[in-house]
Design a protein around this ligand. Structure first.
Ligand SMILES: Cc1ncc(C[n+]2csc(CCOP(=O)(O)OP(=O)(O)O)c2C)c(N)n1
Length: 691
């Protein structure tokens, strides 16, 4: 019997031609990858993946990530065929306005998509975070006689994924952590966008992953279903190492004149070549988007299989609930993303008589209090715990249980193993960002990261994706300005703060003192539909006297009137953020003693403030008051948004320098004198104008 007659082969060809037809119809997209990887995806989805298409959010499903997001039609075809909520007509409107079948898979658009992929290297790194999430939940909730968390994370990754640096960081960490339930199928087709990998990528990938501590297998023929199946079985049994299976495939498989060339990577095959490919694989040329009945029936078994598997799990969970009621409730609550009642009841307060304290230090106190109430709060720093103050004291280190803790320096204490809540990301900011996105998308976590603000540049790609994906991650950035002092301009952020503000759906909060630090954490944790970056100082800043100033709770509206000299409409408004707010306040008070009507605004979060109703914004920043001075130790570009073209900004126009912080503030002119003087100058101008 011809191989093409078998049901397996027809299922695989269905995937291939759904992809090729959709790309042809859209006249845009990537047919080569789905055509080459269809066989491995078929084996994975029909023989291994534990999922329930009618309940895509079932918490103990296996996670599948198409890291090579440009091959999106591969996963769209599988979602439709196995019976997810995705119609054939949506496949036919691939890449069109309003369609959920976007160019690259987007997690918030389509059930069954676990993370948004497309920027190469991110998906596989998110997957490491998902495997970490599974290992932690299993350690915390499973009991000897009850395994309620027990699933794999599967990935299909391409050459481009493995070329990108972030995947090296993430896979190095995955190997160190021994994440045995992470399984990567490497679509080893020797072709990337612009040519053969012989031009760019000739290392031995298997040896590289072996060196990371992974279990490595090779499948020499990408259409050998039995070999793929066998390799997946071996990988699943390997519990103490992540697995990679390098599957040699042919990009654009079936296209007689283009297969194996970069011509199939990112363009439609063309009508003639598409027909030739169909002839070649003995596929009917008409109708397009053809799905044979028995093929659909075969794929749709995923529904009954999934239903049975989920029902079995539900029974298991019910027995667990009987035995461990509290744990079961905590688990369910976490997976629902809801915070427990009273989670913020015992946060510290910082009274006006508290002496000056760095906001990173105040944050440490808040974080410890939160950690006791929120088991879902788990994270760490990129090798900077002693500087960012982001360890959770007594909550242990997330490490492979097999690895001995003996003689290891830098432990934060408590449990050692997958139950630990302090993740040591190492000096891997990029992977830290991507892993935490994966943890958040897995569900059951509010992950946090920490590093210096200047290194947010190393994390920007995952931060952007997290914002796009509406994932709940908290990014802590300390050492927020030239105020960090002697480390000098390489470490002093200038444009980073404004840079983060430009990312849609990312909320940035730069609290001015210890009291606002408490409110910043409270606001970040309340947010469920996107990430929040909180920016802290290295240096001490005064705790503002709230008996004279407004309460810090005003932070929840992004900006608020901190202090005003009288009831009348002010003549000048000072606006400050973070460590410069007290400078604005002092300058304001000085002008008030000169008989000038002054208002001082604390503006820790632009995004939150801009989202307030217009009436509220008008009370804080009355539009009739044009004399406005903003002060922030970052790039001045962008502040026109609040001070207008007539206003003044006291900030940075250049890189910083290496010197003590107090000297730098003087030398760069970020001083009370300077802020006050800027206002006087503006007042003079307006008075002269109105003469
Ligand atoms: C970070 C990033 N850089 C560049 C691209 C553009 N791009 C899309 S696919 C691709 C390379 C494709 O090669 P490979 O990963 O081997 O996929 P295949 O050709 O096998 O489909 C590139 C450069 C991208 N998606 N992400």
């Amino acid at each position: 019997m011809s191989e093409y007659a078998s049901l397996d082969q027809r299922c695989i060809n269905t995937i291939r031609f759904l992809a090729a037809d959709a790309v042809q119809k859209a006249n845009s997209g990537h047919p080569g990858m789905p055509m080459g990887a269809a066989a491995m995806a078929y084996v994975l989805w029909t023989k291994h993946l534990k999922h329930h298409p009618q309940d895509p959010q079932w918490v103990d499903r296996d996670r599948f990530i198409l890291s090579a997001g440009h091959g999106s039609m591969l996963v769209y075809a599988l979602l439709h065929l196995t019976g997810y909520d995705l119609t054939l007509s949506e496949l036919q409107s691939f890449r069109q306005w309003g369609s959920r079948t976007a160019g690259h898979p987007e997690v918030h658009l389509l059930p069954g998509i676990e993370v948004t992929t497309g920027p190469l290297g991110q998906g596989i790194s998110n997957a490491v975070g998902m495997a970490l999430a599974e290992a932690h939940l299993a350690a915390r909730y499973n009991r000897l006689d009850h395994r309620i968390v027990d699933h794999f994370t599967f990935v299909i990754a391409s050459d481009g994924d493995l070329m990108e640096g972030v995947s090296s960081e993430a896979c190095s960490l995955a190997g160190h952590l021994g994440l045995g339930k992470l399984i990567v199928l490497f679509d080893d087709n020797h072709i990337s966008l612009a040519g053969s990998t012989a031009l760019t990528f000739t290392e031995d990938v298997g040896k590289r992953f072996e060196a990371y501590g992974w279990h490595v297998q090779k499948v020499d023929e990408g259409n050998d279903l039995a070999a793929i199946d066998a390799a997946l079985n071996v990988a699943k049994k390997e519990a103490s190492k992540p697995s990679i299976i390098c599957v040699r495939t042919v990009i654009g498989y079936g296209s007689p004149n283009k297969q194996g060339t970069f011509g199939t990577h990112g363009s439609p095959l063309g009508q003639d070549e598409l027909l030739a490919a169909k002839r070649n694989l003995k596929w009917p040329s008409e109708p397009g988007f053809f799905i044979p009945e028995d093929v659909l029936e075969h794929f749709r078994k995923a529904q009954s299989n999934g239903r049975a598997k989920e029902a079995e799990w539900k029974n298991r969970f019910a027995r667990y609930r009987e035995a461990y009621q509290e744990l079961a409730e905590e688990f369910s609550r976490r997976m629902s993303g809801k915070l427990p009642s009273g989670w913020d009841a015992e946060l510290p307060t910082f009274e006006e008589d508290t002496k000056a304290i760095a906001t990173r230090k105040a944050s440490e106190t808040v974080l410890q209090a939160l950690a006791h109430k929120l088991p879902e709060l788990i994270g760490g720093s990129a090798d900077l715990n002693p500087s960012t103050y982001t360890w959770l004291k007594g909550f242990g280190d997330f490490q492979a249980p097999e690895r001995s803790s003996q003689g290891v320096q830098g432990l934060v204490g408590g449990e050692w193993g997958y139950g630990g809540r302090n993740v040591h990301f190492g000096v891997r900011e990029h992977a830290m960002g991507a892993l935490t996105t994966g943890m958040a998308m897995h569900g059951g976590f509010i992950p946090y990261t920490a590093t210096f603000l200047v290194f947010s540049d190393y994390m920007r790609p995952p931060i952007r994706l997290t914002a796009l994906s509406k994932a709940r991650v908290i990014y802590i950035f300390t050492h927020d300005s030239i105020g960090l002092g002697e480390d000098g301009p390489t470490h002093q952020p200038i444009e980073q703060l404004m840079n983060l503000r430009t990312i849609p759906n990312l909320i940035v909060i730069r609290p001015s003192d210890a009291a606002e630090t408490v409110e910043a954490w409270r606001t970040a944790l309340r947010r469920a539909d996107g990430p929040t970056a909180i920016i802290f100082t290295r240096q001490s800043v005064p705790v503002l006297d709230r008996t004279e100033c407004a309460q810090a709770v005003g932070l929840k509206r992004g900006g608020y009137t901190l202090w005003q000299s009288g009831q009348d409409m002010p003549e000048v408004i000072f606006i400050g953020t973070g460590s410069e707010t007290w400078l604005a306040l002092e300058a304001g008070r000085r002008l008030a003693t000169e008989g000038i009507g002054v208002k001082v605004v604390s503006l820790p979060s632009w995004e939150i403030f801009d989202n307030q109703p217009a009436e509220y914004r008008e009370t804080v920043l009355p539009s009739s008051v044009k004399v406005r001075v903003a002060v922030e130790a970052g790039i001045t570009l962008g502040w026109e948004h609040y001070v207008g073209l007539e206003g003044a900004v006291v900030g940075m126009e250049s890189f910083g320098a290496s010197a003590p912080a107090s000297v730098l503030y003087e030398k760069f002119g970020i001083t009370v004198d300077h802020v006050a003087q800027a206002a006087r100058r503006l007042l003079q101008v307006t008075q002269e104008d109105s003469k």
